[in-house]
Ligand binder design. Structure first.
Ligand SMILES: *Cc1c(COP(=O)(O)O)cnc(C)c1O
Length: 434
């Protein structure tokens, strides 16, 4: 690192604390199970696992194994392969269920995230009579908003009237639990479905998912979550919380690689409801009779009944490598490390702000129970020059104009040392750019 490490007094304290904590970290070895992108002679300070998780070292073997099976067996690999392709989606089920707190039959790996959101909204957003409204959060990830708007139009409903976008109070960045539940109660029997994020992509706020679900059910609405930034990041209990449906992608915290197969959750109480609207395909048809090629659809129970197509094997292979690491690490231990790692970063950001006389505002809630690992930081008065400085020094973070840095120290592969190094780079950047 070309920066002078000794030009701010607290750096030594942070780097010593980091060394101590890395030595005590019982998950430290998992870092070597992932490929950290290089920078110069060393490695990047990679804090964008919330956008694209790192490649699991085990991914190559699994992908090559599928290529070999295809080469060796052709179509017969559907049954003869080491992981038979005909049930490939099921290779991920137990691990995904553990990650989102579900029973295995409530979970399925399929499609892509926004596709799953649409399939689930078709079933769980069913406007009828005066119960027509769909609630999302203001500032939702664009894809989710587009999905919501197009679902409304599909039902012939005007989004101006029937879409509710719940926003934080004036001057605040995140939603208050009491405001969400009060709004749900207020909409009452006009509300058909609440579909919010689990962890907000921009602010990093972890929504009070259980309270939201209870409030939605109390007025007779269904409740679902987009867990793109929650799955593999925060401990979830979808089954116990009574959530109706959820979906997530496989390439963020789940490290399944670009465009990786996504996941879906449907609560067990909806396991066998042929009366639900559904966009059907042959992979949702009763498994034992699937190859009889019958003309009539015979529904599979559970989340698998929402499948339309056969599993994209190559697209899931890397995910299986990552899920094996999740199984070995366990969400409990990951969360324990995550709490410490993010608190360490938070404290460091405050210290750096103080030491450089900068205004660094953290948009993410300071309550650890209201966030995962990500912090979203506004560097007031700074611009692209700060981002360029970070990039030149090997820091990979997400940058949004004017000066919002979103960074996610991921407990699976980031170290306390990464955080200390980042703070040092940030410190120098704020000094230079002052
Ligand atoms: C990442 C993300 C997406 C991306 O959608 P894809 O269908 O995977 O391209 C959608 N919604 C949210 C909330 C996200 O964070």
């Amino acid at each position: 690192m070309p920066l002078d490490h000794n030009d701010w007094t607290q750096y030594r304290e942070f780097s010593e604390a980091a060394r101590r904590r890395d030595a005590e970290d019982d998950l430290a070895a998992f870092r070597d199970r992932f490929h950290m992108p290089p920078h110069g002679d060393g490695h990047t300070l990679y804090f964008t696992g919330n956008s694209l998780g790192l490649q699991p070292v085990g991914a190559r073997d699994i992908i090559e194994g599928e290529l070999e099976d295809w080469q060796r067996f052709g179509v017969e690999a559907h049954f003869e392969g080491r992981r038979p392709w005909v049930t490939y989606h099921r290779e991920a089920t137990a691990d995904l269920a553990a990650i989102v707190g579900a029973q295995p039959e409530e979970v399925v790996a399929m499609n892509a995230l926004t596709v799953n959101l649409h399939l689930l909204l078709v079933s769980f957003y069913r406007p009828e009579g005066t119960r027509t409204k769909l609630m999302i959060e203001a500032g939702a990830f664009p894809s989710d908003r587009y999905a919501a708007l197009s679902q409304l139009r599909l039902h012939g409903l005007d989004p101006d009237e029937h879409l509710i976008e719940i926003a934080p109070r004036e001057g605040e960045h995140t939603l208050r639990t009491e405001d969400i539940t009060a709004r749900i109660a207020e909409e009452g029997d006009q509300l058909a479905c609440v579909m919010l994020c689990g962890v907000q992509y921009y602010t990093g706020q972890w929504m009070p998912m259980r309270d939201i679900t209870e409030a939605a059910h109390a007025v007779g609405a269904t409740c679902g979550f987009d867990l793109a930034h929650a799955a593999g990041n925060v401990p979830l209990q979808l089954h116990d919380w009574g959530v109706d449906f959820a979906c997530w992608c496989g390439y963020k915290y789940l490290n399944g690689g670009p465009g990786c197969t996504a996941g879906a959750f449907v609560h067990a109480r909806h396991a066998m409801k042929p009366e639900l609207n559904r966009l059907e395909g042959w992979w949702g048809h009763a498994e034992s009779r699937r190859f009889k090629m019958e003309p009539d659809f015979d529904l599979m129970p559970g989340a698998e009944g929402w499948q339309t197509s056969n599993a994209p094997v190559m697209n899931m292979a890397a995910l299986l490598a990552s899920l094996a690491e999740f199984r070995a690490a366990g969400m409990d231990r990951l969360r324990q490390k995550s709490l410490k790692l993010t608190a360490f970063l938070e404290e460091g950001i405050h210290t750096v702000a103080h030491s450089t006389g900068s205004s660094l505002e953290i948009l993410t809630p300071s309550d650890p129970e209201a966030r995962g690992c990500q912090l979203s930081v506004v560097a007031h008065g700074h611009g692209k020059a700060l981002f360029d400085h970070l990039t030149q020094n090997g820091v990979i973070v997400d940058w949004r104009e004017p000066a919002v840095i979103r960074l996610a120290p991921v407990p699976m592969y980031n170290s306390f040392g990464d955080v200390a190094e980042f703070l040092n780079v940030l410190h120098a950047g704020l000094r230079r750019d002052a």
